[in-house]
Design a protein. Sequence first.
Length: 272
Amino acid sequence: MLGSAAEAEDIVQDAFLRWHGADRDRIEAPSAWLAKVVTNLCLNRLSSAQVKRESYVGPWLPEPVLTGDGALGPLETVEQRDSVSLGVLILLERLTPPERAVFVLREAFGHQHREIAEILEIDEAHSRQLHLRARKHVADARTRFAAESEQQRRIVERFLAATLDGDVAGLEKLLAEDVVSWADGGGTVTAARRPIVGKDRVLRYLLGMSGRPEVALVRTEIAEVNGHPAVLFHVGDVLMAVLAPEVDGDRVTAVRMVVNPAKLAFVTTQLG
C-alpha cells in the first residue's frame, strides 16, 4: 500500500495501539476489524505522502526490502514476485488512494468486493469500478517478467560483471533499446535527478559509474529484493546502494538504483 517499509511498520504499531485500546467484546470479526483499521490508516498516510512526493528531489522509488527470508510472505510464483516488485509498486503510485486500496485488497489478499466495500465504507458496485480502473492502469504499463528466477539471476550477474568491467559489448547485448534508468538519492546523495532513457544514454551512464575511483572500494552481492534478484553495494560494512534491474526475457528493460540513505535503513536492519 505504501511502498515504504518504515511507514508500514508505523502503521502496524498504530494499529496495535488501537487494537489494545479497543473494546474487543464488541468486535465480532477481529481480522475484518484489523483490515479496516490498517487500510484506513494507509489511506490517510497516502494522502499526506502524495504532497511530500510532489516536492521530492529527483525520482521517487519505493523502499527496497530483502525477501529471500520471506519478509513479504511466500513468493512462490512469478505472479507473486511480480506483485511486490519495485516496478509494480511504482505503477501503483499512479492510482488514487482508493484505487490502490481496492487493488491491493483484491489482488494481493483475495478479498471479495463485498468485504472491500465494508472496509472502505463504499457500495459493492463502486468497489468493482475502482478495481477495474486500477487493473487497467497497471496492466497498460506493466511488464510481464518472462524470465524464470534462475535466468533472471544469471542475467543480473552478467549485467553486474559487464558494468563493473566497463564491458561495452556485454552491456550492449543486455540492454533493451528502450531501457530506462532511475536513481533515487532524495537530494541527500548525488544521483541523476531525471530518468535516463534509451540504450546509448544508459550505457554511457553505467560506464561513467564504473569508471569512478571509488568503485575499487565497493563490495557487491546479489540478493532477492522485492521478489527479484538485485545488487547490494557495500563500502566496508555500510550499505551504499541497491540496484534492481528489471529483466524481461534476456534483456534488462529498466535499472532502478536506490542510494538515499533513509530508504536503505530498513534493508540495513535486515542485513543485521
